[in-house]
Design a protein around this ligand. Sequence first.
Ligand code: IMP
Length: 428
Amino acid sequence: MANTAVIGLQWGDEAKGKIVDILTENHDIVVRYQGGANAGHTVVTGGQTFKLSLIPSGIFRAGVRCVIANGVVINPQTLLAEIDALKDRGVRVDADLTVSSRAHVIFPWHMEEDRILNECPTGEAIGTTLRGIGPCYRDKIGRSHAVRVGDFYEAGWRERIVAVAEAKRRMLEPLGVPADSPALDAQAICEEYSGYAERLRPFVADTTQFLLDAVEAGKRVLFEGAQGALLDIDHGTFPYVTSSNSSGVGISAGSGVPGRHIHKVVGVVKAYCTRVGGGPFPTEQDNDVGRHLRDRGNEYGTVTRRPRRCGWFDAVAARYTARLSGADALAVMLLDVLSALPEIQICTAYELDGERTERFPDHVERLRRVRPIYESLPGWQREIRAVRRLADLPVNARKYLDRLAEVVGRPVEIVSVGPDREQTVFVG
Ligand code: IMP
């Protein structure tokens, strides 16, 4: 295995952090290339639980270089707090972390914009994580109000921030943000951010060329996707999506590494399905099954602690995102959460306007109208958290995995039966 990508194939929270942590052993570099502190990765290692938002989960392996690439939007305060928290607990960070000079910076006004947009939705709210992600990406695309990490090390950055803050004041005041809001105080923000920039200076580099050098020299690179493919800004359930390309298609734009250098894609799915925030979710179970999944799977947002919506595995969606992300194989996570259920359902097709379809709709309103067509499989009702070999799984659990692989059209390579690194079954 040379260069590998780990991509969530659902609506995020597929436990990708654990897979990245396991695969890091065979890689030299781990790259985050999209999203920001809206992501929350939990890694359990050596009996300790770590929660990361921006720093790649690879940071726990000494000598592995972790890169936050150009496609990530960075809140420097959050990043520095993560660095400090890791150091406090004895994790080596200084030599192992590199941050792109091209990455865009989140400012307090972005959080205000996120809050305002969330408060006055048209129809169902997107339910963002309120981390300023969407507004920062909007400024990146709009260019005029954007600030990149590298800007802090060039002359004139203070003047630029003062001008951007003034433009933001003109936009936000009519929306109810007072002119004297700390989120618009240019001088205070310049002081605060110049402190962040100095602390981050040793980490900042041209990661695009660093990564190109690395892949050309045969270094093994692991690309760590954040969120999931159904939240992809272009190919997901728009507008109930995040603001970056969170499917496999985002790797090249977000890192600068062309697709020809990506040799293997691991698509990560839960054994069931969850979604946090707004938007249609065809297999949602707003009932005892959903509550069971939420309780047993501890389905509460890592970042926001919001209860996640829970439902059955949606193979129509996963088949689509496995193709979209170029997944070669699947990692099926949280299989143990299904253990107590007498019967398990898989959605293998949709009924849309009276017709059966196996294709994922390209419009959110059509997705709202689908009715899932389920296949029912018997459960196994046996604890499986101690299982380490495929042959030791109950026969019904193996049948369930076989059927998932068949309906998604990709082989299952890894099965997770608990949060710890050891609670993993490697297939084949
Ligand atoms: P934003 O990324 O904060 O703009 O939020 C947009 C949508 O993506 C909302 O529905 C969020 O709940 C969802 N979202 C963002 N990041 C994550 C994640 O890491 N896991 C799951 N959902 C996410």
